[in-house]
Design a binder for this molecule. Structure first.
Ligand SMILES: [Zn+2]
Ligand SMILES: [Zn+2]
Length: 216
């Protein structure tokens, strides 16, 4: 999740009914046909199970709608206007509480990815491999951007990218295989190979590793 305006994370909303601090939660996905979303990326929700709105809500929902559920007080960021939202269970939203630190970090990562993607088209010309490596080593980046970055590695033809990739743990083996193919090509272009014993780069025609002295 990415939120445009991080300042909402600093907002404090107090539930007028139970006077406890409301929790900052991710907005639930809007159901198709539901029409309007909340127009916001986060909501402040009173998750206090002892709140009178929640405690008294079960009976109201049962009476008025004939199903199981209750209400939670809710406010939108930047507003003190109170809304109530229906919840089907006690645990609705407890899994979507926003951790401000994690959110700030995610936003940082997202910004880095955006910048790297924007830089891809000109990075070869500028001889700047950093956006390519940023994307390849970012497991959370979009796969299409990463695939594009891996393809650009060939143009850089730079042996120094190999260690960073070899030391990275890829969550998707396809991504790693793509990298392996490109690395094999770069090694070939430089008449090099990786020593199977110590991983140092050595001459493609070597019979003995110059580093670990092992026979090949
Ligand atoms: Zn409350
Ligand atoms: Zn070796």
């Amino acid at each position: 999740m990415y939120i445009q305006d991080l300042s909402v994370l600093d907002e404090i909303h107090i539930c007028p009914d139970c006077k406890t601090e409301m929790s900052c939660c991710e907005v639930p996905p809007v159901h198709v046909g539901d029409g309007l979303g909340w127009g916001s990326e986060v909501l402040f929700i009173c998750l206090n199970d002892d709140c009178s709105v929640f405690k008294g809500g079960w009976k109201k929902v049962e009476t008025n709608y004939g199903h199981k559920g209750s209400f939670r007080n809710m406010q939108l960021p930047g507003s003190k206007e109170m809304n109530v939202m229906m919840v089907a269970s006690k645990d609705a939203f407890t899994g979507s509480i926003v951790d401000p630190e994690a959110m700030r970090e995610q936003n940082e990562r997202y910004k880095r990815e955006k910048q790297a993607l924007a830089a891809l088209d000109s990075c070869v010309e500028l001889n700047d491999i950093s956006p390519v490596m940023t994307l390849i080593l970012d497991e959370a980046a979009t796969p299409s951007g990463r695939i594009k970055a891996i393809a650009l590695l060939k143009d850089f033809n730079d042996l120094s990218c190999i260690d960073a990739i070899r030391n990275h743990t890829f969550r998707k083996s396809e991504m790693e295989q793509e990298c392996n193919l490109v690395i094999a090509q770069i090694l070939k272009n430089h008449f090099k190979k990786e020593c199977p014993h110590c991983s140092e780069l050595i001459k493609a025609q070597a019979k003995k590793c110059q580093f670990c002295k092992e026979d090949l």
